[in-house]
Write a protein of this length. Structure first.
Length: 309
């Protein structure tokens, strides 16, 4: 199993910012391309008052800070230069949908999607959309949120594909702000199947690709959950990828690059489950030779050896 895509996390609200400019980002696109990555996914265009481009919608409605650089434009240009597909990630208010006001989250994002498509939609590398709101269970109005935003993205862009990357409510579903690494008990396979059957049935017309995060369950459970995710996606006509995390959830320090053996095990499990493709969160911090973390470059070296074998 090879990693074909990576998220781009430039907002970096819970991991350190690396303060890269275009020179560093271009070098990383070269590194990504050398590792076989052909797809980049902006994990979110904004979070609370931080944004990746100077959005009129977010500025006027959320009081968002004006950024010094248009990162979306830069990513699109680098994607085209290095022959990669770029997926635009929607905005996460950090409050509306978290507090149950899904309607405000959806309506705000619809206006942003219109603005984004008008501004960037004609660019060659713009290949799809990522719905940035992450969930693990059937909570609140998550079906309506995914369906509404997915439908709107597809409607304005002549049916470009849409992606979601939910997580599994397993034993490692722990807040990054606490030091423990596991909780007591996690969702069962049967409960996961029940809830995601209902979710997929409600969003199958609006979402094209699901890439479950693979870090929230124990290694002993992972293959079974990956197989179930694939079966559910097949049942409802969604493409099934895996979001194979390149950071380690098994340590009290949140977050550091993962041990190569763990990443290798996860890639092998995904292949065994029949998963179609792998993406990761995320290359630049946790796998890049120029990451602020020295061990990320070593992970890159081990992965490149894996590709050659």
């Amino acid at each position: 199993m090879k990693i074909k895509g990576t998220f781009l996390d430039e907002i970096s609200h819970d991991i350190p910012h690396q303060n890269w400019g275009r020179k560093e980002w271009e070098k990383d696109f070269v590194n990504m391309r050398n590792a076989g990555i052909d797809t980049v996914i902006l994990i979110r265009s904004g979070y609370q008052k931080w944004q990746t481009f100077d959005s009129n919608v977010l500025g006027s409605e959320m009081g968002a800070h004006r950024p010094p650089v248009d990162l979306v434009q830069m990513y699109l240009e680098l994607s085209e230069q290095y022959e990669m597909d770029f997926y635009f990630g929607t905005y996460d208010s950090g409050k509306y949908w978290v507090n149950g006001d899904y309607r405000k989250e959806v309506e705000l994002n619809k206006r942003l999607i219109d603005e984004v498509w008008s501004k960037y939609g004609e660019q060659k590398a713009f290949k799809g959309w990522y719905i940035s709101q992450e969930c693990s269970r059937k909570t609140g109005q998550i079906i309506d949120l995914y369906a509404s935003l997915g439908e709107h993205c597809k409607a304005v862009s002549n049916d470009l594909p849409t992606i979601i990357s939910p997580y599994i409510d397993g034993v490692k579903n722990i807040s990054q702000y606490v030091t423990t690494t596991e909780k007591e008990g996690g969702v069962s396979l049967s409960k996961h199947e029940q809830e995601w059957s209902e979710i997929f049935d409600g969003i199958k017309h609006a979402i094209d690709i699901v890439a479950f995060q693979d870090g929230h369950v124990s290694f002993d459970e992972l293959t079974d959950f990956l197989k179930l995710n694939k079966q559910l996606a097949d049942r409802y006509g969604l493409a099934c990828w895996t979001n194979t995390e390149t950071f380690d959830r098994d340590m009290p320090i949140k977050f550091l690059p993962i041990k190569w053996e763990k990443l290798w095990m996860k890639l092998e499990a995904a292949a065994k489950a029949g998963i179609e493709d792998a993406i990761t969160f995320e290359f630049s911090h946790f796998m890049s030779p120029q990451s602020a973390y020295l061990q990320a470059g070593h992970l890159y070296n081990r992965y490149m050896e894996y590709l050659r074998n």
